[in-house]
Design a protein around this ligand. Sequence first.
Ligand SMILES: [Zn+2]
Length: 448
Amino acid sequence: MTTSATTLYSNGFVVTMDDAGTEHESGWLLVEGTTIAAVGSGAEPQATARVDLKGAVVTPGLVNTHHHLYQTLTRARAQEADLFTWLQELYPVWSRIDAEAQYAAARTGLAELALSGCTTVFDHHYVFPQGREGLIEAEVQAAREIGVRIVASRGSMDLGVSDGGLPPDALVEELDAVLAETERLAGLLHEPGPGALVQLAVAPCSPFSVTGRLMEESAALARRLGLPLHTHLAETLEEEAYCVELYGCRPVEYLDRLGWLADDVWCAHCVHLSERDIAQFASTGTGVAHCPTSNLRLGAGVAPVRDMLDAGVLVGLGVDGSASNERGDLFLEVKQALLVARGRNGGAAMTAREAIRLGTRGGASVLRRDDIGSLEAGKCADFAVWRTDGLELGGADDPVAGIVFAGPHRADRLVVGGETVVCDGQLMHTDESEIAQAHRVQARKFSG
Ligand SMILES: [Zn+2]
C-alpha cells in the first residue's frame, strides 16, 4: 500500500470561510495531493513535508466572477467616458484582436490575478472578429501555464448598430455560427465535476448587443450541455432606458421574459436593481458578479449589495475588464466592496470578513462550484497566504480585518490544487518580466 505525499502548512492564521466562519489563529492546513485533508489548530498531524507560514494569514483562494482578459491590451482609453461612449470608442480597437494578442493579454491578466491571491478566474470573451481562430484556446493555454483554474466563456454579439444595437456591424456574428462554435469549445475544453481546472460558460454579451433570440438559444444550449450562463445586466441607467425603448421593459424583466432568471445564471454588475428585482434574483437563485471599481471608473453607480445579501442573493466579486478597471487585482475588489457598501449604507454595512467571504465563498457559489471557496477537508487545496509583518499591518491587532482595510497586497504564496503557483511573491511557472515585455509587443497593435 502506498500513501500519497502530504504537505503541512503550519503556523498560519487560517481563515476557513466555512459556514460557521471558523478561524484558527495558530492553525495548520494539511494538503494531500490536490485536496485539503484537514484543517485545524493544536497538535500537528504527520506529513511528508512541512512549510512554516510564520504567522501569515491564510485565506481561501479568491474567485474572480467577471473579467475580460483581452482588455489588458487597451488600458487608460476613453478616460472620462460613460459605458456606451467607452464601448463605442473601443469596439473598433478591439476588432484587431487575434490569438497571439489574446494569449499575451491573458498571461498578463492571469499573472496579475494570481499575484493578487486569485485561484479561479471567469473570463467573459465576446469579441470574435471574422477569421480569427483560437482565441479561447489561447487564453486557456495561458491559464494552464500560469497554473490557475479558468472558467472561459464563448461570448457573443449578434445585434449590430444597423439593427438598433451598440456594436459596429463588422463585429457581430451569425447566431448559428455562435452556437456551433460554443458547442465545439464545450466538447474540447469543459471538465465537469469537482476539481475542474478548465470549464466553459455560455455568455452572450448584453441586452444592447445581443438579440432576444440568441439569448434564448444560448440558454437552451447551455442547459442541454450542462454549462453555466452569464451576461452583463443593469450596469447603467442608459442601458435601462435602452431596454425600455427597445423591449418595453426594464433589464431584469427582459431577462425574466427570456427564461434567464434561474439558478444556472449569474449577471455582471446589477447596479440598477429595484427591490422587486432583488427579490426575484433571490427567489430564482440568479447570481451577481459585483464589480465595484469598474462601476466607479465608468460612473455607473454603486450596486445595492447590502440589500442583495440581506435578501439572500448569491454575490461574488469581479475585477471586470482591464479597460474599465486598469488594475487586475481581486483583493482590491474585496476592499472596494467594503468601501462602496459603507459609502452607500453606512459604516456597519459590511464587515472585513464579509468582504473576504464575497471574494471567496461568494464567488464559488456564483460559479456553482462547491469544490472551492473555503478551506475544509475534501475541498480543492486552493489558498492564498498573506504576510502580516510588513509596514502596512504594523499595529493591526486583528490581522484579518487588517489585510482588508490595508489592501491590496501581493500574495506571498498561492496554491492551486495543491500546486504552488506563487512563492515569495513570485510566479513559479512563468516569468513576470517576460510576460510584461511580450504583452507590450502585442499591445502596440492596439495603439493609435
Ligand atoms: Zn464586463
